[in-house]
Design a protein around this ligand. Structure first.
Ligand code: ME8
Length: 659
């Protein structure tokens, strides 16, 4: 029999900036779901990618002084780019689409033409409001307090000749889809969509632009580019080979089983996307799931607000699995959650170091200490079982059912909660059985002790299987420590009690999740974040050149001369000032004060040949007179001010004029 297929996608990300922990949340959640379905033996296709067109990217590239393609290449393929991040986070996508890929571009042109030929896309004039950061057009009635209803930012008036998609034609079918099926989840999102968009009346959607060029050209009307959302949404099908020869599994995988998306793009996925699919007479995805946002200090993380958290830093400090686990365990999928480093550390310490880590390390350590790492045969059963044996065994062997129910309803946090109830029960079981007491009389209690440890290992095995979609690497280590053979790492084995071989080799390996010292870790994080922020600043920045012109005569009035440093000392009570005694070629010493102590020690400068302007009016500083100014070059490096005195060849005599 063919395996059940499961097609799951993440949104394709805008490579306009480095990705942050909010993006990581979305992709890790999708990855955990994809791994769960693979664990069940399904034929999974997991797609992610990047959405690379649109005005925002065009503007950002212009700001950076590179072409849009160079700009996106750097963020997608470059160091610490999108692909790097997914590799680091152990994301198991089967495919990665870039909307600038040729095959996608050609497919979109065919799709656009098809909807045009059908009459669902027509030419008109667009008048309305445009939100540049969201790349969304809005009607006056859709604005909230005159601002973009998605992001709350200012919108601009816009008018252009454009193509429109007959969204209004599909309004009734979309309402029916939302209200009468389980297409959109969680259910609360249905009410939002119906109330905000369907009830006020769906208007036709502007689907081409002429005000910029970084997009897929409409091939039958040059000058128009396809609206970025049309281009982006169809990625889910072009990446399977719809209207191209790059891939050939559209018929196999489409329709998608679920699109996982953030709540602000639910409108695109639950209204516009199904309407376009209806127009194309294509099957609709089975589900769209709109998850919540990770908030920082109550607001959405975004680069423009400057409040993003770098997943690279968190993963390097705490480990990839701990970070993946935290994201899925802490925030109910579907609701917003407040991210904080304290919460992250607390979760690692409580759930991973204390509960899971202790269960595994105590059990494997005792198996080593009392039985040399091999439990005796017969340990699966016990002559005199205690009531709490049955309680633990019952809870652990029924865990898979509860876990499955949660995972199938897109509630990974609930699935983890069920797993941790069992882990906590197992730790309590250790205290109830007190193996260390049993071990005092091995002749009398050896068999009972072995049975207790076997029960614990079995519990760890079941939990390990069910945790593996969330923490793949750590669970492999766990399996190695408890001696779980490959057939004890399967979905099947998680619902059967007694799958571990009785005499399998148990080894107390490295501590899976060491406890973290909160204060030390927070200080270290702060230092790493500050260093990363600094490194992200432009390497070298110089002041923009002045555009105002000076006439030549004015320039000639400035008397620049070569001077030699006869003496130099720090000015008392001043942190900044150095006092220079200079030979300016006149035979009389010249005194200049310069605020450059931060950059030079006085003894470095004695004997140097420098440049100065000598006809500035004298100025008093700290009670001393300064007659002129030394010339230096200034710039900024990683946000830090740098200064270099203009040091000349010693062969040039004092007093020589600079012109
Ligand atoms: O929307 N918490 O791309 P994108 C949770 N290109 N999720 C967050 C988040 C946060 N703080 N910040 C961002 C796009 N996300 C389009 C998608 S799909 C055909 C086109 C999520 O890079 C966000 O909700 O702006 C979205 O689901 C995803 O990251 C990509 O956002």
């Amino acid at each position: 029999m063919e395996n059940k297929k499961f097609y799951i996608t993440t949104p394709i990300y805008y490579p306009s900036d480095k990705l942050h922990i909010g993006h990581t949340y979305c992709t890790v959640a999708t990855d955990a779901l994809a791994r769960y379905h693979r664990l069940r033996g399904e034929d999974v296709m997991f797609l992610t990618g990047t959405d690379e067109h649109g005005q925002k990217i065009e503007d950002k590239a212009a700001e950076a002084g590179v072409s849009p393609k160079e700009f996106v290449d750097r963020i997608v393929e470059g160091p610490q780019g999108v692909k790097d991040l997914w590799k680091l986070m152990n994301v198991s996508n089967d495919r990665f689409i870039r909307t600038t890929d040729d095959y996608h571009v050609a497919s979109i042109q065919k799709i656009f033409r098809k909807m045009y030929e059908k009459g669902d896309i027509y030419k008109g004039t667009y008048k309305g409001k445009y939100c540049k950061p969201c790349e969304s057009f809005w009607t006056e009635s859709q604005l909230v307090d005159g601002k973009c209803p998605d992001c709350g930012r200012e919108v601009q008036d816009a008018e252009e000749e454009a193509y429109f998609f007959r969204l209004s034609k599909y309004a009734d079918r979309i309402r029916d889809l939302l209200e009468n099926t389980d297409f959109l989840q969680p259910r609360s999102r249905v009410n939002e969509m119906v109330k905000n968009f369907i009830d006020p009346g769906l208007e036709d959607l502007c689907v081409s632009r002429t005000s910029f060029t970084w997009g897929i050209p409409v091939d039958f009307d040059p000058g128009h580019v396809v609206y970025v959302w049309v281009d982006a949404l169809f990625n889910y099908t072009t990446a399977l080979g719809l209207f191209n020869d790059q891939y050939h599994d559209y018929d196999h995988y489409w329709p998608a089983d679920v699109h996982i998306v953030g709540k602000e793009i639910v409108r695109f996925h639950s209204i516009i996307w199904p309407a376009m699919l209806m127009s194309m007479e294509m099957p609709l995805p089975k589900h769209v799931f709109g998850h919540g946002w990770l908030l920082l200090d109550g607001g959405k993380m975004s680069k423009s607000k400057g409040n993003v958290v770098d997943p690279y830093i968190l993963a390097s400090m705490f480990g990839v699995d701990a970070l993946r686990f935290f994201l899925m365990r802490t925030f109910p999928f579907g609701s917003d959650g407040n991210f904080s480093n304290e919460l992250l550390i607390q979760t690692i310490n409580t759930d991973l170091a204390n509960d899971l880590g202790n269960l595994v390390s105590r059990t494997t350590a005792m198996a080593g200490k009392y039985f040399g790492g091999h439990l005796p045969e017969g340990c699966r059963s016990c002559a005199a079982p205690e009531p709490f044996d049955g309680e633990l065994i019952g809870l652990a062997s029924s865990l898979r059912g509860r876990y499955e129910e949660a995972m199938e309803s897109f509630a990974p946090h609930k699935a983890l909660d069920e797993v941790f109830k069992v882990i906590q029960r197992a730790n309590k079981y250790i205290d109830e059985c007190a193996p260390w007491v049993l071990a005092k009389d091995m002749d009398a209690n050896g068999q009972r002790l072995a049975h207790v440890l076997y029960n614990l290992l079995e519990t760890a095995q079941i939990c390990g299987v069910l945790l593996s979609p969330f923490m793949p690497e750590s669970c492999e280590k766990l399996f190695a420590q408890i001696g779980a053979a490959p057939d004890a790492q399967t979905w099947d084995s998680a619902a059967r009690w007694g799958v571990l071989a009785e005499t399998a080799a148990v080894t107390k390996g490295e501590n899976l999740f060491p406890r973290i010292d909160m204060d030390k870790a927070l200080a270290e994080l702060e230092a790493l974040e500050a260093a990363a922020k600094k490194a992200a600043l432009p390497a070298v920045e110089t002041e923009p050149q002045l555009t105002e012109k000076v006439d030549f005569d004015t320039f000639c009035k400035c008397d620049f001369r070569v001077v030699k440093v006869k003496a130099c000392e720090a000015v008392k009570k001043s942190e900044k000032l150095l006092r220079f005694t200079l030979d300016d070629g006149t035979g009389t010493d010249r005194q200049i004060l310069s605020g450059i102590h931060k950059f030079y020690e006085p003894e470095q400068l004695v004997g140097k040949t420098l440049a100065a302007i000598v006809n500035l009016p004298p100025r008093k500083m700290m009670g001393l007179e300064s007659c002129g100014m030394l010339l230096s070059a200034v710039h900024t490096e990683h946000g830090e001010e740098k200064l270099n005195l203009i040091i000349l060849d010693d062969a040039i005599p004092a007093g020589a004029k600079l012109c």
